[in-house]
Write a protein that binds this ligand. Sequence first.
Ligand SMILES: [Zn+2]
Length: 194
Amino acid sequence: MEDILQNISDPQVRSQAEKVAPFHGYLSTGAFIGIQMLNIAKRILDIKESDRLFVTCETYNCLPDPFQVLAGCTIGNKGLKVLDHGKMAATVTKRGPAGSKVKAVRVVLDPSKTQNYPRFHAWYMKTAKVPHPEAVSLLIEAGESVYSYEVLELEVPEKPRKQIEICQRCGESFVQKEDEWVCQPCSACSGRSQ
Ligand SMILES: [Zn+2]
């Protein structure tokens, strides 16, 4: 894996990969895809270091991690949303006030373009067992040529109100979604001990 990092000639991408590898556990192909997607979004949206971002990843596989460690978009600060679509796609926006319109970019790893790199395409389509170091090396070579993106305009959602209630079954406090009086686990599982 060290060798791969040496192969990255762009110093910014190399430094990003060096941060992502220990955070994710190793430099997986999906994590490297996230780095490239972030960099495309940064360019298209003219993102500065101080800008706070919001990202929606369309898979749990690897992709969210670069956005967490490099862009500070985490699950806890709600800068990261993950939709379990099983797609190598991410939508990035700058954060804006609720109700305002913000420019967004959705970047996708495009199978019609990965075809230009047959071994990488085989990794993507899972038609051959291609080890991560090989797939990442091919991505380094391909650069941003295997991605497609579209620019969108999205409305920043209003913050939901946060009202705390005490569950009438288990006595634990919870954030109410509507006007329910029993927490989600208690309403889902009637056999829960009280
Ligand atoms: Zn409860």
